[in-house]
Design a protein around this ligand. Sequence first.
Ligand SMILES: NC(=O)c1ccc[n+]([C@@H]2O[C@H](COP(=O)([O-])OP(=O)(O)OC[C@H]3O[C@@H](n4cnc5c(N)ncnc54)[C@H](OP(=O)(O)O)[C@@H]3O)[C@@H](O)[C@H]2O)c1
Length: 276
Amino acid sequence: MTTLVTGATGNTGRHVVAELVRRGEHVRALTRNPAARAGGFPAGVETVTGTHTEPGTLDSALDGVDRLHITAVEGLAEVGPELVRRAVDAGVRRITVLWDGRPGPVERAVAESGVEWTRLEAQEFMSNTLTWIDSIRDEGVVREPHNLPSALVHQADIGAVAAAALLEDGHAGRSYNLTGPEALTPRQRIAVLSRLIGRDIAFVPITHEQAVDRLTATGVSREEAEYVIGWYAAPPEAATTIDDTVERVTGRPARTFAQWVAEHVDRFRRAGAVTG
Ligand SMILES: NC(=O)c1ccc[n+]([C@@H]2O[C@H](COP(=O)([O-])OP(=O)(O)OC[C@H]3O[C@@H](n4cnc5c(N)ncnc54)[C@H](OP(=O)(O)O)[C@@H]3O)[C@@H](O)[C@H]2O)c1
């Protein structure tokens, strides 16, 4: 059996690939730019060129594929139904969808296609903390407008749940709310970072508008930036309530934020910093 993973080079897709490989599956990893990704996947992964936001580029990528992991990215909503139609025509019988927080045409198309499918309703990714790297490394500060709790989930746990849903029976028709094992405010996350990096880090409040402007400066549309910062101003209950789905589906506890930090700690340290 072959699984095609879209978004395979991204925050979550790479973990879907890794977990499928760990479980002995044949994986096709989709990327728009295979040259830049050479060597980036585990041994045995077949790298294929294309983009799921242009389903017409996927004919050979879908050839012989039984299972499909769809990562929602910008531009997918418009073409999602065509992607699903092509996938089903090619023989795909089971799909996982990493949703983008807003039900839309991709999920409707998957639901109407008749294939077995599972929605991965991940809450905040721990990898969002990477946006703090520069200000922590350069200034020892984190600037955020809000300090509300979020039960951040490790991307490897999203990968593990996706692989289970793709490979095992019993997950079809389910919508999995995925959180980590603890709800932490930014100040609490900073305390974990400070401890593991070995450096005091200050929380510096900024205004909501400053946070929106900072995000739009990275190329994000104002509408999307308002949505993202608005989420932090009033996180949904599902994002602040600890859910045991990761453990129920994978059979082991969800990874902690401290585990995530330990995996990335050197990226937050100043070059040449002496650590104990
Ligand atoms: N961050 C969070 O806390 C959070 C929480 C819940 C849900 N989500 C949702 O998760 C999704 C993103 O997941 P992710 O972070 O794993 O993905 P990602 O890292 O942003 O992107 C995955 C890969 O998709 C490809 N890609 C990116 N933009 C594309 C585009 N416009 N068209 C085609 N391919 C594109 C890129 O691969 P190549 O360059 O190799 O082609 C990229 O490495 C979003 O829908 C987001 O709303 C995020």
